[in-house]
Design a binder for this molecule. Structure first.
Ligand code: LLP
Length: 420
């Protein structure tokens, strides 16, 4: 199934298996909730991007958008596949450097980078600063002088392109906090070119996230091509945003098709380097979250709830974006889905519902529920609501599981309580 990790299987015990590991055993060994990441799926996606794009447009670089899931264990895997990293904060820069990423392959984003973050990036020799607005150009100019460094920049522009996705994750329309509006580009280029320690390498745009249409990417490529030709620049970044399957009914276009259509715009018209910044589509389908069913509450004629031991703090996407998820009872993986249930979390909000009205195999207390496609924007947006520690994360592959993130302890939770 397209919303499961590539290595997912059902074993002889009727258990869901990922990366050769029985998920029920993982739950026993590491406890729940547990984020499980399939290494093979992540590697396959990285290789898929490089292969598809290089086939049609050899001068392509792929940088992984860390915001989707930023832990050293993941960054080491994606960089070992040859990807660079897109970071958007000092914390992500710090994690990227600690993980051993070549600073030259890092792209630093954000609409309000602090002066300290800019200096940190310059001192570390970060490859590209993606300048979001004119104030930032001035801040960067000041930071290069103060640190006695120089900066290679991409100018982020607002492409004004409508992509069909959720309002909150749409970024490229006119009314957006991101990017230089098109009527200011000329001025921004002139200003950038006057700065002695700043070199304008090219342009960047990002049109949104979880996008299934190829056309907005093609339009974006046309716009970036026209700027590249007009200003004779060397690099263009299309950002990320390629969609994934949360549900089996979600059918994103193939990477091959996206690569083909985008490269058709560029081929024979420019030699500029093409940069892509996928996040969700690298890690999304690699992840599954395991929960234990703690109680079943039946309200006759109304609804049957399964209560799980996590919820909106480890996966805030349903409550934030009304995101829909699919799930399986991991210890009854092949049982026919029968009854309709609603999976509710443990947090003190009625809205803490992970999945409304899903048909699952009959569930009982103690069963392990696997929620699918939780690799992206789950851990990276997790909170400590109700002072619940964030779950552990394991990377699975070849029949073994490696703990890549420890479960937060009570001590972790009070670590910053300055009065204790
Ligand atoms: N590049 C830039 C400049 C971005 O802002 C983003 C995502 C990406 C790349 C990666 O996009 P992706 O390939 O992952 O779609 N929290 C939301 C998604 C926010 C995306 C923000 N920017 C969610 O959970 O759906």
């Amino acid at each position: 199934m397209r919303n499961l990790p590539d290595t997912a299987k059902i074993n002889k015990q009727n258990h869901l298996e990922i990366g050769g590991c029985d998920t029920v055993k993982l739950a026993q060994e590491f406890g729940t909730p547990l984020y499980v990441l399939d290494e093979k799926t992540i590697r396959n996606r990285c290789q898929g991007y490089l292969k598809s794009f290089k086939k049609y447009y050899p001068n392509t670089a792929v940088v992984y958008a860390c915001k989707a899931l930023c832990t050293a264990g993941v960054l080491k895997v994606v960089t070992s596949e040859g990807l660079g990293l897109d970071v958007s904060s000092g914390g992500e820069i710090f994690t990227a450097l600690k993980s051993g990423c070549d600073p030259k392959k890092i792209y630093f984003h954000g609409n309000n980078k602090s002066k300290d973050e800019l200096k940190m990036a310059l001192k570390a020799g970060i490859g590209r600063i993606v300048v979001d607005n004119l104030q930032e150009l001035e801040n960067l100019d000041e930071a290069t002088k103060q640190t006695n460094t120089s900066a290679q920049i991409l100018l982020r522009i607002n492409p004004g392109i409508e992509a069909h996705t959720h309002e909150y994750i749409k970024t490229g329309t006119i009314d957006s906090k991101f990017g230089v509006p098109q009527n200011e580009i000329d001025n921004a280029v002139k200003l950038a070119r006057k700065k002695k320690l700043i070199r304008l390498v090219g342009f960047h745009a990002h049109i949104g996230s979880q996008i299934f249409d190829v056309k907005p990417f093609v339009d974006e490529a046309k716009l970036l091509l026209s700027l590249t030709l007009k200003y004779k620049t060397e690099e263009m970044s299309l950002g990320g945003g390629f969609g994934v399957s949360y549900l089996t009914s979600d059918e994103p276009p193939s990477l091959d098709l996206i690569a083909k259509e985008i490269s058709q715009v560029l081929k024979n018209k420019t030699m500029a380097k093409l940069v892509l910044e996928p996040g969700r589509s690298i890690v999304g389908n690699a992840g599954v979250t395991l929960y234990t069913v703690g109680a079943v509450k039946n309200i006759p004629g109304i609804r049957k709830y399964l209560f799980v031991d996590g919820g909106m703090s480890d996966n805030p996407r349903p409550i934030l974006y009304q995101a829909k998820y699919d799930a399986k009872i991991a210890n009854k993986a092949n049982d026919k889905p029968g009854e309709k249930v609603t999976v509710a979390g443990r947090f003190c909000e009625s809205g803490d519902v992970l999945i409304r009205d899903i048909k699952l195999a009959e569930a009982n207390v103690g069963d392990i529920l696997a929620v699918l496609c939780t690799g992206a924007y789950n851990y990276s947006m997790a909170s400590n609501y109700n002072r619940v520690g964030r779950p552990a994360m394991v990377m699975v592959g070849g029949g073994s599981a490696t703990l890549i993130l420890s479960r937060e302890s009570y001590e972790d939770l009070v670590r910053n309580d300055a009065v204790l």
